[in-house]
Design a binder for this molecule. Structure first.
Ligand code: ADP
Ligand code: MG
Length: 249
């Protein structure tokens, strides 16, 4: 369970998150949508404790990230796997080292066993015979899968995906959507994704929340979002431009 209460975050005079509330329950797949630059990545990073909010609170499994001790923060982070938009793989490390990095650095598990675990996680994301390869030798979709394998390496309870399908061609994007659903079912992972790809949102979400102007302006099922009369939501999900075009030449 994740509770987000009254969250605010500015960068200089750019107020990105402006009093955001959101609850995420057991077994749900929630997708936060919103246009580029609206603060989706900032929101995810704040939930995992990579960004400290100016005010408000994030509570994960009954532990508030405010004033959390270093040890408790570490315990919470262990429950979370994060798939970054760019995959964020280390080019100088092989695939298995990338996947096993958390285990290599934070556990006493012998390397041999870590190799076995990374092989198993790679298999779960549909990759075999790539352990010895380097990220530069992989396609975009494969890199994404390696990023997902890394996120699940430590058996997290939550997996956060930042734009899981952005930059992938539609067929590969669809395979990634299927993989997200499959992992969620197989591993009982609570999935939170942020995206501006509505197709992906409809495919994977039980619940869709829309971030606009620093707050959640809509929160409901995929069916409810299609029937809402909120004009900002309608504009976004229909892929229209935001508001009338003013100024310029
Ligand atoms: N570390 C940072 N320092 C300053 N501004 C930032 C930082 N991270 C994000 N921002 C700003 O916050 C806003 C939201 O960014 P982001 O969360 O990346 O948007 P999204 O993921 O929805 O595309 C943008 O205006 C961005 O420039
Ligand atoms: Mg982003």
């Amino acid at each position: 369970m994740i509770l987000i209460k009254g969250l605010w975050k500015s960068f200089a005079d750019n107020e990105v998150i402006r009093g955001l509330d959101l609850d995420i329950g057991e077994g749900e797949t929630i997708v936060v949508i919103g246009q580029s630059g609206c603060g989706k990545s900032v929101l995810l990073k704040t939930i995992v404790g990579l960004i400290i909010p100016d005010s408000g609170e994030v509570v994960i499994d009954n532990v508030s990230l405010n004033n959390v001790s270093k040890r408790n923060l570490y315990e919470i982070r262990k429950k979370i796997g994060m798939v970054f938009q760019s995959s964020a793989l280390f080019d100088s490390l092989s695939v298995w080292e990338n996947v096993g990095l958390g285990l290599i650095e934070h556990s006493r598990i012998p390397l041999r066993e870590i190799r076995r675990i990374t092989r198993e996680k790679l298999k779960l994301v549909g990759l075999t015979d790539v352990e010895e390869k380097y990220p530069a030798e992989l396609s975009g979709g494969m890199k994404k899968r390696v990023g997902i394998a890394r996120a699940i390496a430590m058996n997290p309870k939550f997996v956060f995906y930042d734009e899981p399908t952005t930059g992938l061609d539609p067929i590969i994007a669809d395979r990634i959507n299927n993989l997200i659903l499959e992992l969620q079912k197989k591993l009982k992972i609570i999935t939170i994704a942020v995206t501006h790809d509505m197709k992906s949102a409809y495919r994977i979400a039980d619940r869709i929340a829309m971030l606009y102007d620093g707050r959640i302006i809509f929160d409901g099922s995929p069916e409810e979002i299609q029937n809402t009369d909120n004009p900002y939501v309608q504009q976004f999900i229909k892929g229209e431009e935001k508001g009338p075009i003013t100024g310029g030449t």
